[in-house]
Ligand binder design. Structure first.
Ligand SMILES: Cc1cc2nc3c(=O)[nH]c(=O)nc-3n(C[C@H](O)[C@H](O)[C@H](O)COP(=O)(O)O)c2cc1C
Length: 190
C-alpha cells in the first residue's frame, strides 16, 4: 500500500470483530516497527506490554475511556471490543522525558496494523492506577498510553471541517465521520 493510502486508512477504530484474534507474532511485528522509529537523543526509553488473551483484554478494557465527543456512547459493546492491546510504557530508569517518542511509535504500530488488515485506536484517557495494579506493572515504568487493536467493524470517513467544528460524529448507519482541517489552512506561509 502507498503511504497516503496507509495513512488515510489508519483511522481511529473503536468497534471490532472481537473474536478475530491478533496473534503474538503480529503484535511483535508492530512493536518492531516502533523499535525502528525515531527516538529523542536515541535514548529508546519505550517499553511495551502486550495482551491478546480474553482475561487480560477484559482487565485493560475496564480502564479505558472512549470517544469523548460521542456523549451517548459508552464505548464498544461486548462482541465489538478490541481483541488485543499494546500498553506503551516509559522506562524511567532510561529517561524522564519521552518527548514525542510515544506518538511516533504509536503511529508506526498503527500503520503496521493497517498494513496487516487490522486497525486500532490510541487511548490516552486511561485509569493508569487501576491498570498498573490490575496488571502488576513495575512502578519504574510510566504508563503513557494504550493502543487498542483488532479487526475493525466500522467505517470511518474523513470529512472536510466546517465552521471550525473539530468534533467527530456518528451517523444513523453508525458510520464514524472525522473532520480534518484543509491543507491550505494549516500551512501558515502559503
Ligand atoms: C494522543 C492521543 C490520545 C487519544 N486518546 C483517545 C482516548 O482516550 N479515547 C479515544 O476514544 N480516542 C482517543 N484518541 C483518538 C482521537 O480521538 C482521534 O485520533 C481523533 O478523533 C481523530 O480521528 P482519526 O484518528 O481517525 O484521525 C487519541 C488520539 C491521540 C493522538
Amino acid at each position: 500500500m502507498l503511504i497516503e493510502q496507509l495513512v488515510r486508512q489508519n483511522r481511529s477504530y473503536r468497534r471490532f470483530y472481537q473474536d478475530f484474534h491478533v496473534s503474538k507474532e503480529n503484535l511483535k511485528y508492530f512493536i518492531n516497527l516502533a523499535r525502528l522509529s525515531p527516538s529523542a537523543r536515541n535514548a529508546q526509553p519505550l517499553k511495551y506490554y502486550i495482551a491478546n488473551d480474553k482475561s487480560t483484554c477484559k482487565k485493560i478494557f475496564s480502564t479505558l475511556k472512549w470517544a469523548g465527543y460521542l456523549k451517548d456512547w459508552d464505548g464498544p459493546a461486548q462482541g465489538e471490543r478490541p481483541s488485543a492491546y499494546i500498553i506503551m510504557l516509559g522506562d524511567q530508569n532510561i529517561a524522564k522525558n519521552y518527548y514525542c517518542d510515544h506518538g511516533i511509535a504509536a503511529q508506526s504500530i498503527l500503520l503496521g496494523a493497517v498494513e496487516k488488515g487490522f486497525g486500532g485506536c490510541i487511548i490516552a484517557s486511561v485509569d493508569k492506577e487501576k491498570l498498573r495494579e490490575d496488571l502488576n506493572i513495575d512502578p519504574a515504568l510510566e504508563i503513557l498510553q494504550v493502543i487498542a487493536l483488532g479487526k475493525p467493524k466500522e467505517t470511518v470517513m474523513i470529512e472536510t471541517i466546517k465552521n471550525d467544528d473539530i468534533k467527530y460524529w456518528r451517523d444513523d448507519k453508525k458510520i464514524h465521520h472525522v473532520p480534518k482541517r484543509k491543507l491550505k489552512d494549516i500551512i501558515v506561509n502559503l
